[in-house]
Design a protein around this ligand. Structure first.
Ligand SMILES: Cc1ncc(COP(=O)(O)O)c(C=O)c1O
Length: 353
């Protein structure tokens, strides 16, 4: 095995507790486990969380069916537009559909549970505020659907005190007032939960990245901690002389004589090539710089004068200074992209359940 991603499920539980500590009484938690739980593995994460949260949210119908077929009984909301021709599957598997487009009303089968999704400023999915009266009429016309919720999604809640969030909340409150009070209302992602107050909570929240231990924006959240460790080993250790040039493009030159370790993790595993020469690996408690261009299957680490044995464990990602947050800063992206990019071929190991 070239590398292993160890997922500490108990830490997901601690992160969920940090979410719960922020909530008003009775606000439901809709854990977002889309895209393999942001790369952590959807089924093991959902199985761990199923008795701890009220709902699950996924991006795609196929993900919801996978959850159902594995025995998950919690209500599940699918964010995407119901795929044409597959509407019957929502009813069959008791999955809640999002009505994010007026055309969806007539496509859903009678008895299907659904949440109305309004676009209050994100300009992605959702009916627009100017479509309220059409939506109200459609709810009346298609009265055979089981309307259970109404929601919107914030564009800028990853920043504290963003005026766009306040604007979206006001708009959402107005939209909500046109529909039955019985609909469960929800707006908050991790940013809404941690960077804003109770005004974003309504009846439920949709935590995603915070469950996996990352702050959604630049402002740190000390109660959260990352839940993964990505480890590999040295497959080769070779001497290197001052001035030797390493890797594709010979982009790194050894500053002194020493030892070079080869690690069997490359961009085909999800280690971004753009991180080449920008991060450290931990070996036996100390940090060593990754050097040279990351290739498809391998990366190199400069060991200085330490001649480690082949097979020596190497840690690429863990909590603290080796976290996905650090990688994200160096690669010019966000932790979400780092963890979802770790390929399925990297074996996941689950502990702490
Ligand atoms: C509609 C919706 N709600 C909630 C979330 C969770 O967001 P976050 O991971 O920032 O908590 C997402 C994720 O993209 C989403 O698309």
């Amino acid at each position: 095995m070239n590398s292993i991603l160890t997922v500490h499920l108990d830490k997901i539980g601690q992160n969920l507790q940090a979410v719960t500590d922020r909530l008003k009484p009775k606000v439901q938690r809709m854990a977002v486990v889309k895209n393999e739980a942001y790369g952590h593995g959807m089924l093991p994460v959902a199985n761990y969380l199923k008795d701890k949260v009220e709902w699950f949210c996924v991006a795609w119908l196929e993900e919801a069916i996978k959850l159902r077929e594995s025995g998950i009984e919690n209500p599940i909301l699918v964010f995407s537009v119901p795929p044409k021709g597959k509407e019957g599957l929502y009813k069959k598997y008791d999955i809640t559909a999002s009505i994010s487009h007026l055309a969806v009303f007539e496509r859903l089968k009678k008895g299907t549970s659904c949440h109305l999704q309004f676009d209050t400023g994100m300009f992605r999915l959702g009916m627009l505020p100017e479509e309220i009266s059409d939506a109200v009429a459609a709810v009346e016309k298609y009265s055979g659907l089981n309307y259970t919720g109404i929601y919107t999604h914030f564009a800028c809640s990853d920043e504290k005190n963003h005026k766009g969030v306040k604007k979206q909340i006001e708009l959402f409150k107005n939209i909500r007032s046109h529909f039955s009070d019985d609909l469960m209302a929800h707006t908050s992602n991790s940013g809404g939960i941690f960077y804003y107050g109770e005004e974003t909570q309504f009846d439920a929240v949709r935590p995603g990245v915070c469950l996996y231990g990352y702050a959604p924006g630049e402002v740190e959240i000390p109660e959260l901690s990352p839940v993964i460790e990505w480890t590999s080993h040295l497959v080769q250790v070779k001497p290197i002389k001052k001035g030797d040039l390493v890797g594709y493009g010979s982009r790194w030159q050894a500053p002194e004589d020493g030892w070079l370790g080869i690690v069997p993790v490359g961009y085909s595993d999800g280690l971004f090539r753009s991180l080449s020469g920008k991060f450290d690996m931990e070996i036996s408690g100390s940090l060593y710089p990754q050097v040279g261009t990351i290739s498809m299957d391998y990366s190199a680490v400069f060991l200085g004068s330490n001649k480690f044995s082949e097979g020596q464990e190497v840690t690429l990602l863990r909590n603290g200074e080796l976290s996905a947050k650090t990688w994200a800063q160096k690669a010019g992206t966000i932790p979400y992209e780092i963890t979802t990019a770790i390929k399925p071929k990297v074996k996941r190991k689950y502990i702490g359940a």
